[in-house]
Design a protein around this ligand. Structure first.
Ligand code: MG
Length: 258
């Protein structure tokens, strides 16, 4: 079994650094985790830093309807090919940051997802080679304005608001993701409880399929879809997304600041 490594990005004073979790806290790294990096020997305690989104994707490519029972709950047919859409880089927020309930939105839903982090430029990748292009995995919430998704027919507005892409808190490497529990908890109450073994299109298939459409860059995300049990959040709620062995992502819903 491979050793599991966990990577974070964090702010310490004015510095922004990548780091590796271990022992007492964070081992600071020098350089870029997607290129050359080395351990600096400097160590930080978690309480002394602010965790940021663990990487800076140029895009998040998301997969709709990738769990059979979620397709059924939305009364949509199981797709023959993955339905994909993009969340813009500007929707990214850090673990612990606030999700904004924008005035245009009438129903703000959570979606618990396993997220793939791409490690190398990927274009036209064969399914059998997909593993080589994956840096690791993290946890994401594909925050969705469900009313606007229904109203618009295409999903750019519903999925693309600022703050609608929380992910983290770290990127884990060395984990087999073929059968992991994916859950959401709204104010501590279990709402979604699926397993990645129920994915219609598994991870290597998705990497290959998407790379035949668009070039994936280091740090790009693939959000693999959500299990059944999606539902609305209100201002003041706390939403936690958990993927077994990978981690737990917690965010709070707030009204826009005027
Ligand atoms: Mg989704």
């Amino acid at each position: 079994m491979k050793r599991v490594e966990r990577f974070v990005r964090f702010a310490a004073g004015k510095e922004v650094l990548y780091g590796k979790l271990g022992g007492e806290g964070i081992q600071a790294l020098e350089g870029d985790i997607f290129g050359d990096y080395r351990e600096t020997g400097r160590q930080y305690e978690l309480k002394d830093v602010r965790l940021l989104a663990p990487c800076q994707p140029s895009k998040a490519v998301c997969v709709g309807l990738n769990y059979r029972r979620h397709a059924a709950e939305l009364t949509m047919a199981v797709p023959e090919e993955p339905v994909i859409f993009i969340k813009p880089s500007t929707s990214v927020i850090a673990p612990g940051d606030e999700i904004v309930y924008w005035p245009m939105v009438r129903q703000l839903d959570y979606e618990a997802e396993l997220v793939v982090v791409i490690g190398r430029e990927a274009h036209n990748v064969a399914e059998g080679d997909a593993e080589q292009y994956i840096f690791g995995y993290t946890v994401g919430n594909d925050v969705t304005a469900r009313d606007l998704q229904r109203k618009d027919g295409q999903w750019t507005r519903a999925k693309g608001f600022d703050t609608f892409l929380p992910f983290g808190p770290h990127i884990a490497r060395g984990i087999d993701v073929t059968d992991l529990r994916v859950q959401s908890f709204l104010n501590g109450e279990l709402r979604q409880n699926g397993r990645t073994s129920d994915l219609i299109f598994p991870v290597p298939y998705l990497v290959s399929f998407i790379s035949k459409v668009m070039t994936l860059l280091p740090g790009d995300l693939i959000m693999t879809g959500t299990p059944e049990g999606v539902g609305p959040m209100q201002v003041g709620d706390t939403i936690e997304i958990k993927v077994e062995q990978i981690g737990s992502l917690i965010n709070k819903i707030v009204a826009p600041r005027s």
